[in-house]
Write a protein that binds this ligand. Structure first.
Ligand code: CA
Length: 97
């Protein structure tokens, strides 16, 4: 009886493990994709709002001047941020993370 229970538990864990890791991976992927969409939208909106004149852009760099005071790092690190997000999506899709 004890042996039966142990083998049953073992089978149960064997089947549970991959399901759990798939769920964790999906959660990670959904989170990263959501963050990526949000970041892309912020970059797009910075360009859109300055081009259409909704927000002031005196130095003509397509970044609203009111954002530049505190978030200039977010725009100067654009390449790196997009690279890291792309890498995270890639790893998420391949199932490493
Ligand atoms: Ca500006």
């Amino acid at each position: 009886m004890k042996l039966f229970f142990l083998s049953y538990t073992k089978i149960f864990i064997t089947y549970l493990k991959p399901i759990k890791s798939i769920n964790m991976n999906t959660d990670f992927l959904v989170t990263i994709i959501f963050i990526t969409i949000l970041v892309i939208f912020i970059y797009w909106y910075a360009g859109y709002s300055t081009r259409t004149g909704k927000l002031e852009d005196a130095n003509k760099n397509y970044i609203p001047d009111s954002w530049e005071e505190n978030f200039s790092w977010f725009f100067s690190l654009k390449g790196l941020i997009m690279f890291v997000l792309g890498l995270a999506i890639g790893y998420g899709l391949s199932g490493i993370i």
